[in-house]
Design a protein around this ligand. Structure first.
Ligand SMILES: Cc1cc2nc3c(=O)[nH]c(=O)nc-3n(C[C@H](O)[C@H](O)[C@H](O)COP(=O)(O)OP(=O)(O)OC[C@H]3O[C@@H](n4cnc5c(N)ncnc54)[C@H](O)[C@@H]3O)c2cc1C
Ligand code: SF4
Length: 322
């Protein structure tokens, strides 16, 4: 690992000021960043430690839960205010291992880098790591890659389970930058790769995530997170589904669906949602939603199975809500 300087910020403004130099990075749990630095995938001159910041609170008021950016995944999953949002608890507990969840922060989880193994191998070309160097995943081993939202430059999926649940819930990311505060809907937070896969989020350099606002679903709403993976625990999603559905008299009034493992960002599907709203939650409507979800899928050599798998996962989740 290359030498780097370290600074512990006392408050959010100081953190933002310290992170001014172009090669500085915030560090919270360090469970992703330090691995990438050790492997030579990322190099930074300065790490700005966020752990002394007063940003670990979970607070419920006015129909939303605000989760501080440095709150640990385990603490958030166990917080009484978050139990009102079951899909969030399920997504948090489906991620990583208990030990990692004890270290890993909410902000860091949202900004963890892709698990594309070409990206994580500093000896391989990768357009996300070194723009213009190529994408070996397109014709290589692409079992873990996206079938939706990819480009000829990158087909990596975003690995965060939490981000999928937040996408279904319509959460907002609150930030602080030298220019002031911003509120970014999570739907606009993650960028499509297009021709610039190195640009992954709407954040500007040195912009700090301070908290995430999660609307608490209204009465009569059911929600669930289902994660399918190669082994029962301690594994990233091959496919995942977060569903937030409101039913009245057996008819879908509102449906918010997001998916992990299939898209280049946490994947919301308005098409699948439209196939459900105003209809009874039957096997036929569920299948129609699944077909709408994968209509524009671009399967590749090793990941075509996801097209079928995600439809089955959606059917399973919605079937359990009838
Ligand atoms: C073996 C293993 C298995 C895992 N399995 C899963 C899984 O199944 N599902 C899943 O979702 N995750 C999984 N993870 C990822 C894990 O959840 C992340 O590593 C963790 O959430 C990152 O949080 P952190 O606080 O350690 O971030 P760090 O490593 O400290 O930081 C990660 C990135 O976020 C930036 N950052 C951190 N906080 C802020 C902030 N407040 N504002 C702006 N930038 C910030 C850092 O600069 C850095 O770029 C796994 C990790 C490991 C090592
Ligand atoms: S899929 Fe994206 S992250 Fe993976 S090798 Fe290609 S450009 Fe890099």
């Amino acid at each position: 690992m290359r030498d780097f300087a370290y600074a512990r910020a006392a408050g959010p403004e100081e953190a933002v000021r310290l992170a001014g130099p172009p090669h500085a990075r915030f560090v919270a749990g360090g469970t992703d960043l330090l691995n990438l630095m050790k492997d030579g995938v990322q190099e930074h001159d300065l790490l700005v430690d966020l752990n002394a910041l007063d940003l670990a609170e979970v607070d419920a008021s006015q129909g939303r839960v605000r989760i501080g950016a440095t709150a640990r995944m385990s603490d958030v999953a166990a917080d009484p205010a978050v139990t009102a949002v079951p899909v969030l608890v399920e997504a948090l507990l489906a991620g990583a291992s208990p030990q990692i969840r004890n270290m890993a922060s909410i902000g860091g989880n949202l900004l963890q880098r892709t698990r594309c193994w070409y990206f994580r191998d500093a000896t391989m070309p990768c357009n996300k790591r070194v723009p213009g160097s190529g994408c070996p995943a397109l014709d290589g081993v692409n079992r873990w890659h996206a079938v939706l939202g990819g480009s000829e430059h990158c087909i990596a999926v975003h690995p965060s389970d939490l981000a999928v649940a937040l996408t279904a819930l319509g959460a907002t990311v609150n930030t602080l930058h030298g220019d002031g505060e911003r509120r970014i809907p999570v739907a606009e937070f993650y960028l499509q790769p297009g021709s610039t896969p190195d640009r992954e989020t709407a954040l500007r350099p040195g912009e700090l995530i301070t908290s995430v606002d999660v609307p608490v679903p209204g009465p009569g709403t059911r929600s669930r997170y289902l994660k399918l993976r190669d082994r029962a625990t301690f594994e990233f999603a091959v496919v995942s589904v977060a569903a937030v559905v409101r039913l009245a008299g057996g008819v879908v009034q509102e449906a918010r669906l997001a998916f992990g493992g299939i898209g280049t960002r946490p994947w919301r599907s308005p098409e699948a949602e439209q196939a459900l709203v105003g209809r009874p939650l039957t096997a036929a409507t569920t299948q129609a939603a699944g077909r709408a979800l994968v209509r524009d899928a671009v399967p590749r050599r090793h990941n075509a199975f996801k097209v079928d798998l995600v439809q089955r996962a959606l059917a399973d989740v919605l079937g359990g809500m009838r």
